[in-house]
Design a protein around this ligand. Structure first.
Ligand code: PAF
Length: 285
C-alpha cells in the first residue's frame, strides 16, 4: 500500500493509475478506523472490481473545519499505525494522510456550502459543520480525482448533502452508499463509541431499539405523531440518554413531512455524557 502524505504525492500516485486506465474509488475518513470503515473499503473494492479492476484510496484527515469552537477537535481519537495496519489488511492500494496546512493553505477564501441541506437538522445543532464537510470532500475529490466514493448511510444527512453537491456542481464522482454496521446489541459503529463510559456504552443500544420499534410502527401504518411520541418515550426511559433531536423526514431530500405516505428517514441525535451519538433508519409505510 502506498502512503501519500502530501497533495503532490497523492496526485502523482493517482495520475499514474489514471493514465493506465484504472478506475479509482475513494473512501474519505477521519481515521480511528473500525469495521464500519472497512465495509466502505470493501464496497469501494467491489465497485472497482465491477469495472474490470482498479484502485482503492482511503483518506485519513481529521478535518478541523467541520468542528465547532466548542467541539473538542483535540479529543478526536487518532491511531495512525492501527489505521494503516487495518487498511493494508483490507487490501487498500493507497492511504492519503495530508497535513492541515497542506489542505488549508493560508489565505484561502473559498468554501463549498450546500444551502438548505447544510443548515437543517444536524446543521442547526452544529453551525458550519456541513460547510467544512462539503469543502473538504470537494478538495479530496479534486486531489484524488476518483471515479466513485463510498459514504456510510449512518451519516445520512452527510450522504444526502454530498449527493446533492455532486449533482449541483457536476462533479463526475459516483456516490456509493453503504449500510450502517452494528455491534451485536445494535449500537451503530462509530469512532465516538470509544469515548463512552462503560455505563453509557451499556445504555447506548436504546437508539437501535427505538429505531426498530419505529420502523415496525411505520410499516404497520402508524401516524407520524405516534411514531414520534413512542421514540421519545423509549429513549427518555433510559436515564443516561439526553435527547438532542428526533426527526422524521422525507428519505430522499430530508424535507419535512406531515404524514407518512412515502419512505421516511428517522434521525436521532442523543447525548450520553459528553458524547453525541447519531443513528438513523429508513422506514417504508
Ligand atoms: O464522515 C466523515 O468521516 C467525514 O465527515 C468526512 C466525510 C471524511 C469528511 O471529513
Amino acid at each position: 500500500m502506498q502512503i501519500c502524505r502530501s497533495t503532490q504525492e497523492m496526485r502523482d500516485c493517482t495520475r499514474d493509475w489514471r493514465l493506465g486506465g484504472q478506475p479509482i474509488a475513494l473512501v474519505p475518513t477521519m481515521g480511528a478506523l473500525h469495521s464500519g470503515h472497512l465495509t466502505l473499503v470493501a464496497r469501494a473494492r467491489q465497485w472497482v472490481d465491477a469495472q474490470g479492476g482498479g484502485r482503492v484510496v482511503t483518506s485519513i484527515f481529521v478535518n478541523p473545519t467541520q468542528f465547532g469552537p466548542s467541539e473538542d477537535l483535540d479529543k478526536y481519537p487518532r491511531n495512525e499505525a492501527g489505521d494503516l495496519a487495518l487498511l493494508r489488511r483490507a487490501g487498500c492500494d493507497a492511504a492519503f494522510l495530508p497535513t492541515v496546512p497542506d489542505i488549508y493553505r493560508p489565505g484561502a477564501q473559498t468554501h463549498v456550502e450546500v444551502d438548505q441541506l447544510g443548515r437543517m437538522l444536524m446543521g442547526r445543532l452544529r453551525p458550519g459543520h456541513f460547510r467544512g464537510v462539503a469543502t473538504v470532500v470537494t478538495k479530496l475529490f479534486n486531489i484524488v480525482q476518483p471515479d466513485a466514493a463510498a459514504f456510510g448511510e449512518k451519516d445520512y444527512q452527510q450522504l444526502t448533502l454530498i449527493r446533492q453537491m455532486v449533482a449541483d456542481l457536476d462533479i463526475p464522482v459516483e456516490i456509493l452508499p453503504v449500510p450502517t454496521v452494528r455491534e451485536a446489541d445494535g449500537l451503530a459503529l462509530s469512532s465516538r463509541n470509544q469515548r463512552l463510559t462503560p455505563e453509557d456504552r451499556a445504555a447506548a443500544p436504546v437508539l437501535a431499539r427505538a429505531l426498530d420499534e419505529a420502523q415496525a410502527q411505520v410499516a404497520a401504518g402508524a401516524s407520524l405523531a405516534s411514531v414520534r411520541s413512542r421514540l421519545r418515550r423509549t429513549i427518555a426511559a433510559e436515564p443516561r440518554a439526553r435527547i438532542g433531536s428526533i426527526d422524521i423526514r422525507d428519505a430522499l431530500d430530508l424535507s419535512r413531512v406531515s404524514t407518512i405516505a412515502r419512505p421516511v428517514v428517522i434521525l436521532l441525535a442523543v447525548r450520553f455524557g459528553d458524547v453525541l451519538l447519531i443513528d438513523q433508519r429508513v422506514a417504508q409505510p
